[in-house]
Ligand binder design. Structure first.
Ligand code: IMP
Ligand code: MG
Length: 206
């Protein structure tokens, strides 16, 4: 049963049954809102007077909900610039040369600037590590990183996230796959305001 007649649909408070899978609530939209405000305040306190402002670089596609919420919490005197980058997904390498940039940053936008790199979730960390190297090579002065969710259990790359919304491992004992708040399964569920565990999956035939 699709519960979208309910105005609270997707806020991460109730299980949603799609027939071919179920979504079990993990983090509610309310919890995310509170945490995003905290992170925005921390970043604003530290970088509010930053020379040249901050360039917020979102990693497409997963960043868009978290980035939209976070940038509205930033108070940076010299301004917030926004930019997006999209890379093709790849696993198992830390070499920047293997990073395939599908949508590149505008020329010079990060040069000499403090960059806030935003993604939905940090898993192995290879994407964020390679992108950090890539953005430094484009002349960024400093890069700070933030993700809505940190999957610490799965880290392989040498990357430290500066501002993590939630350490999502804390909610699970075994393996898990989460969706919602920008996170997708086959491009679905990004629109949900809460974070859910994807369970009882019987492949959808489209
Ligand atoms: P990594 O850190 O390079 O392994 O890649 C992180 C990317 O993997 C994220 O941006 C997501 O697109 C994807 N990802 C990892 N774990 C999950 C999950 O539990 N749900 C949805 N996407 C995930
Ligand atoms: Mg992603």
């Amino acid at each position: 049963m699709l519960a979208n007649k309910n105005s609270k649909h997707g806020n991460g408070n109730e299980t949603i049954d799609y027939g071919w899978c179920k979504l079990k609530p993990v983090i509610s939209a309310e919890q995310i809102k509170i945490r995003t405000e905290e992170i925005g305040a921390e970043i604003s306190a530290k970088y509010g007077d930053n020379t040249g402002g901050i360039v917020v670089v979102g990693l497409l596609d997963g960043c868009f909900l978290y980035m939209a919420d976070l940038i509205r919490q930033l108070h940076i005197k010299e301004g917030v610039y926004t930019a997006f980058v999209k890379v093709s997904s790849y696993k198992g390498t830390t070499r920047t040369s293997n990073l395939k940039v599908v949508r590149d940053l505008e020329n010079d936008i990060v040069e000499g600037k403090t960059v806030l790199l935003v993604d939905d979730i940090l898993d192995t960390g290879y994407t964020m590590e390679a992108l950090t190297n890539y953005i430094y090579a484009k002349g960024a002065k400093e890069i700070i990183t933030t993700v809505a969710l940190d999957k610490q259990c799965c880290r392989e790359a040498q990357i430290k996230v500066d501002y993590a919304g939630f350490v999502v491992d804390d909610f699970f004992v075994d393996d898990f796959f989460v969706v919602g708040y920008g996170l997708d399964y086959k491009s679905m569920f990004r629109e949900l305001g809460g974070v859910y565990e994807l369970v009882d999956l019987n492949e959808k035939i489209i």
